[in-house]
Design a protein around this ligand. Structure first.
Ligand code: XIL
Length: 356
């Protein structure tokens, strides 16, 4: 099903005429976002910056970056007290050189931790095992980061807890209060950075999404009541073109409740899984653009929304790994540019959503 707006817009990507360079329809995403006082950007690995035409496309399209993995603790602190900031520093230099912001991802998560950490957490004497890490990371980049995903993916209603929280090592050792402690430590470390709670599962229209949204609102309401400095909700935005779908009414109502509590909203990891679709690439691309449009239209219509980041810019790199040219076009097409850096219907849907 093609959305009315996409049809009326005459920009059905399958028949999109290539725009003359500099024509309004050719305007990069960063300029469309900036025209609304917003950001468009992408997750990046520093090694990708050595790919010249990719780096040029990134500089053209994005005004914010997030390290896909180089600000995660398994990359940052592979051994206790031994830190490697080289990747994050390279990305921050690139961002600074191209008038881009950078956001941090992520400080307290159940995943992407070095092998030594989980045991250390469960045996930790106190919260310093994460508050010291927060202070060191955010202190290093103090004043230079747009925002931080301080806690990532703490919600998992399927585990059956009344608070809907995920039973991870942090919860086991410190109880639900680890979340509050993390955000207070983050606020002390860099008062100028927007502190984001980041998660997936609030986007879709299936029953499990209802439970996820309810648990997310419960977390945000409780934090507000206790004076916990969570300032924004990060909607990861991992969409599926052929599974689930978007319930616009439920999404709008949820986003309005988030805004009414005073939180800002970011789309932090947008991509579209086109698995389960037809083999025809054009049809898959159009379905991916359509679900993107159906998600972004209500999100960007909410005045609390500040940014949209995709979880990569080009299908040339998927989940942080380079795709061999022989496989380009045969693998998932999740992102705004194809592996040859050509704008796809998903790019058009994002452009249209900012333009709308
Ligand atoms: C993923 C990265 O894309 C992979 O390269 C890595 O191996 C695992 O993490 N939610 C998140 C992201 O918050 O950090 C995850 O990124 C995808 C799910």
């Amino acid at each position: 099903m093609l959305t009315r707006r996409l049809m009326l817009g005459g920009t059905m990507a399958g028949c999109l005429m290539p725009a003359a360079i500099g024509a309004p329809s050719d305007r990069p995403l960063r300029r469309r976002a900036a025209a609304r006082g917003m950001y468009y950007g992408s997750a990046v690995g520093s090694y990708q910056l050595r790919d010249g035409d990719f780096a040029d496309a990134l500089a053209r399209e994005a005004n914010i970056l997030v390290p896909e993995y180089e600000l995660k603790r398994d990359t940052l602190e592979p051994r206790p007290g031994v830190f490697d900031f080289s990747g994050a520093d390279a990305l921050l230099s690139f961002a600074s050189a191209h008038d881009m912001k950078m956001r941090g991802h992520t400080l307290v998560w159940y995943a992407a931790n070095p092998p030594w950490l989980e045991e250390a957490v469960l045996g930790a004497r106190d919260e310093k095992i994460f508050t010291d890490f927060i202070a060191r990371m955010m202190g290093r980049y103090r004043g230079r980061m747009h925002s931080w995903d301080v806690v990532n993916e703490a919600i998992h209603p399927e585990e059956g807890r009344a608070d809907g929280l995920r039973d991870c090592a942090w919860l086991k050792r410190f109880g639900p209060g680890y979340i509050d402690t993390a955000y207070h430590a983050a606020k002390a470390a860099d008062p100028g950075a927007l502190l984001v709670y980041n998660d997936w599962g609030c986007e879709g229209g299936e029953p499990w999404n209802d439970a996820f949204r309810a648990a997310t609102l419960k977390l945000l309401e409780g934090a507000k009541k206790r004076g916990v400095p969570i300032e924004a909700l990060g909607l990861q935005g991992h969409l599926s073109a052929f599974k689930g779908g978007i319930d616009r009414r439920k999404l709008v109502a949820f986003l309005n409740e988030v805004r009414a509590m005073g939180y800002r909203i970011l789309v932090t990891e947008l991509d579209v899984d086109d698995g389960g679709g037809p083999s025809d690439v054009a049809l898959r691309d159009r379905a991916s653009a359509d679900i993107c449009a159906r998600f972004l239209e209500p999100v960007l219509d909410n005045s609390a929304t500040q940014a949209v980041l995709t979880w990569g810019l080009s299908d040339r790199y998927l989940r942080g790994k380079p795709i061999p040219a022989a496989l380009w076009g045969y693998l998932p097409r999740k992102l705004p540019l194809d592996a040859t850096l050509k704008r796809k219907p998903v790019w058009q849907a994002i452009a249209q959503a900012f333009g709308a």
